[in-house]
Design a protein around this ligand. Structure first.
Ligand code: PHE
Length: 425
């Protein structure tokens, strides 16, 4: 579960979205949403999955037969499809940066040089496409062979190592000359910088980062033992996920400010910032290679969870083998991925529409399913299946019945109005 949650969403997307939306004030809103909205949603997804032992579509079909609830699960197939289309490109950039760090192409460059490398990488369709295809091939292979177990074992060792490296890079970043402005950006809230769009983005980012709102976590929930404490699982996943995003912020912003890189420059932020830190670090080149490689692995564990959804859907729908489904879906996401390489507009559209629109809508219906169809006692029983009563059950129930749906609606409508240019607040 942590493998799906922790990925580029934490290290690449979180800093760039936070940078675009004003820093510390965004961070506070993000934390509040994670606690009050995302954790209850995650817990609900886990509980539904464990209750039925099935994926989201089948869970809805089982729990609410002869209704249209399972349509929510359809979003759970379209959404991973759109996400993986642009996600693979970023994994590809990370792979390319691993290679370039090894080859020495990022070494000794000044800030402008580092900017140039990213500009060349993202605008060069050949490079972006080539590395994206490598990413797709790796993910396709893993899913085709069903060897996610192996990946899980490997990542159990490697992910803590990634955290250690992130901490090392953080230490170097905060000790750079001029780093304090970056810390200020991250920790001193300036609420005048917080817009409706920023609040909207914080909710979307929190969902994206925790892989919720499309039922992926329901499938994971199906594998959780009845003896496990689900609330504890949900809180742990959220904490690990948050810590890594938070550390990524501490790693990026002090360095960005020290080098005069503007925090709101969008999807390239991490790539134009990190090489500058490595260039200032003892053994920077070696650290850079290992760092990007570990980030690739974190990205792969997330992509695998996305791709698995597509492959099982295709396999069940068209009754083919896992291998064939995997090959066909790899080709399909290579085509949509290529569209994102050619057009940054499509890239951004997929990035925004999934995180900010589809995930909140998905989460909205997933939580409402509980009071409307399942009822209180049933979910309580599942949440307490490990044999202990859940202390915060009433709080949880209140949150999912009222707070989460109302908050999602408000944020949603407000953000949409802001998006199309109506300023009513
Ligand atoms: N949560 C993953 C990340 O942070 C991305 C992801 C989103 C994976 C949705 C699965 C589902 O990188």
């Amino acid at each position: 579960m942590a493998g799906s949650a922790v990925g580029l969403g934490n290290v690449w997307r979180f800093p760039y979205i936070l940078g675009e939306n004003g820093g510390a004030a965004f961070l506070l809103v993000y934390v509040a949403f994670t606690i009050l909205i995302s954790i209850p949603v995650l817990l609900t997804e886990f509980a539904i999955g464990r209750m039925t032992g099935k994926s989201i579509v089948r869970s809805f079909k089982t729990l609410a037969p002869k209704t249209k609830w399972y349509y929510v699960g359809i979003c759970g197939v379209i959404c991973p499809f759109l996400i993986i289309s642009f996600y693979n490109i970023v994994t590809g950039w990370t792979l390319y940066y691993t290679y370039e760090s090894m080859a020495g192409g990022l070494q000794g460059l000044d800030e402008a040089g580092v900017q140039q490398v990213f500009a060349d990488t993202s605008s060069n369709m050949g490079i972006s496409t080539f590395w994206m295809i490598i990413a797709i091939a790796i993910v396709g292979q893993v899913v085709a062979r069903g060897v996610s177990d192996g990946i899980e074992k490997v990542s159990k060792i490697l992910m803590p190592l990634l955290v250690v490296l992130i901490v090392l890079v953080c230490i170097r970043s905060v000790t750079l000359d001029g780093a304090s402005d970056g810390l200020k950006f991250l920790f001193y809230p300036d609420f005048s910088k917080l817009t409706a769009k920023g609040i909207f983005a914080a909710l979307g980012q929190s969902f994206f980062s925790m892989s919720i709102g499309m039922g992926i976590m329901t499938t994971y929930g199906a594998y959780i033992q009845k003896t496990e404490n689900l609330s504890q699982c949900a809180v742990r996943v959220a904490m690990v996920d948050f810590m890594i995003a938070f550390l990524a912020g501490i790693m990026i912003f002090p360095c960005a400010f020290a080098f005069g890189i503007s925090p709101d420059q969008g999807a390239g932020l991490v790539f134009v910032t990190l090489p500058n830190i490595f260039n200032q670090m003892f053994m920077g080149r070696a650290i850079s290679v290992v760092f990007f490689l570990l980030l690739v692995i974190a990205a792969l564990t997330s992509s695998i969870s996305l791709f698995e959804v597509l492959v099982s859907f295709y396999k069940d729908q068209f009754r083919t083998s896992r291998r064939k489904a995997s090959i066909i879906m790899s080709l399909v996401v290579a085509v949509t991925g290529f569209a994102c390489v050619v057009s940054p507009t499509i890239f951004n559209f997929f990035d925004q529409i999934t995180a900010n629109v589809m995930l909140p809508l998905g989460a909205f219906f997933i939580v409402l399913f509980i009071p409307i169809v399942l009822k209180r006692e049933r979910i309580k029983e599942e949440l307490e299946a490990h044999g202990k009563s859940m202390r915060l059950f009433n709080t949880y129930y209140f949150l999912i019945k009222y707070v989460v749906p109302v908050a999602i609606l408000l944020i949603f409508v407000n953000g949409m109005l802001d998006w199309i240019g109506v300023d009513w607040l």
